[in-house]
Design a protein around this ligand. Structure first.
Ligand SMILES: C[S@@+](CC[C@H](N)C(=O)[O-])C[C@H]1O[C@@H](n2cnc3c(N)ncnc32)[C@H](O)[C@@H]1O
Length: 321
């Protein structure tokens, strides 16, 4: 008889060939409003196919070791330096191509923003201007729900991306209204950012599945720039891939650019974070950690009896007063 772990491994392998590389990310963070972390726990393994997803799934040592081994294997052969430099130089163009193909159909609206990041919402009776920036906003899957949900006219959302196509698609959305939000093109790895706001003017910054697309060597620069643009007391809200997420385990050899940073089939890239990575990036830039959660979820395809072990990291960092 197959042990539970062997069975899991087989299912995991099956999943690799069946799901699209970013499927999970597109629905990664939940598709609708949901209570905060960890509300549905799998207590009896026999119940696994009773629901589509289980929260706060514990990995035993064997599963952790297996994931580590898979990453060691898929990182064995590194991408050649010339190729890595080419895709770094073409990163904006490759994302532009991505949005040219998928338009606004790929990512789902990030409705969970309001349950995971309630601090974003203005307090009742707010009279002060609140400036939010979403970095790497894509076609507006966070910006548009924010503008639609928050009626407060003092709440303003800036949104930037280095893909011109993405920013144009955002600007074509029905709810895009320049009295409430402003999309602009900006490569956040650049030394200077062409922002429509001055330093020390932002209340909140959103980084939603965005920093993972940036080369690890440039992440510190992004954090330092955000620090400069935030007001004292301002917050960064972060959610992205965690180390050993299914999406990391399924990369083939030769796709690894540098530790835990890979190129997908379409040339876009993804990093898989640990809590320590984030602490290093943001605390070295001057931020204080307010929240750090690892969201380990088991997603289930009940029809095909498949299990997908997902890992995401959610964090909040504050610029000290
Ligand atoms: C996985 S998508 C996430 C989009 C959006 N935040 C969402 O949640 O749907 C990553 C986004 O980051 C943008 N991006 C990647 N590197 C960037 C850079 N250096 N400067 C600005 N945007 C960047 C990409 O164009 C893409 O829209």
């Amino acid at each position: 008889m197959l042990s539970r772990l062997s069975l899991n491994r087989i299912l995991l392998r099956l999943n690799f060939s069946k799901i699209h590389w970013m499927d999970s990310e597109s629905s990664s963070s939940g598709d609708g409003p949901r209570p905060q972390f960890g509300n549905r726990h799998l207590r009896n393994p026999d119940d696994v196919f009773q629901h589509n997803a289980w929260d706060d799934v514990q990995w035993d040592e064997e599963q952790q070791e297996h994931a580590k081994k898979m990453v060691e294997q898929n990182s064995e052969v590194r991408m050649c330096v010339d190729e890595a430099q080419r895709i770094e130089a073409e990163a904006g163009h490759l994302w532009d191509k991505f949005y040219g193909i998928h338009q606004n159909r790929f990512f789902k609206d990030r409705q969970w923003l309001f349950t995971e990041f309630p601090e974003l919402l203005p307090k009742e009776g707010n009279q002060e201007r609140i400036n939010v920036l979403e970095v790497g906003c894509g076609v507006g899957n966070s910006v548009i729900p924010l503008v639609r949900t928050v009626a407060d006219p003092n709440f303003f959302v800036y949104a930037c991306d280095f893909s011109e196509t993405a920013v144009k698609l955002l600007q074509q959305e029905d709810s895009y209204d320049e009295s409430r939000c402003k999309g602009f093109v900006c490569d956040v790895t650049a030394e200077e950012w062409p922002t429509p706001f001055p330093p020390l003017s932002l209340d909140h910054v959103l980084l939603v599945f965005m920093l993972s697309a940036v080369h690890p060597d440039n992440m510190g620069h992004v954090a330092r720039q955000l620090f400069n643009y935030l007001k004292p007391g301002g917050m960064v809200f972060f959610r992205d891939y965690g180390r050993y997420d299914l999406a990391q385990l399924r990369f083939k050899k030769g796709k690894c650019i540098t530790d835990n940073f890979y190129m997908r089939g379409d040339g876009t890239r993804a990093y898989f974070f640990t809590k320590e990575d984030l602490r290093r990036i943001f605390c070295e830039a001057g931020f204080q950690e307010e929240q750090m959660l690892e969201d380990r979820r088991l997603q289930v395809n009940r029809g095909q009896k498949l299990k997908m072990y997902r890992v995401w990291i959610q964090a909040k960092f504050r610029k000290p007063m």
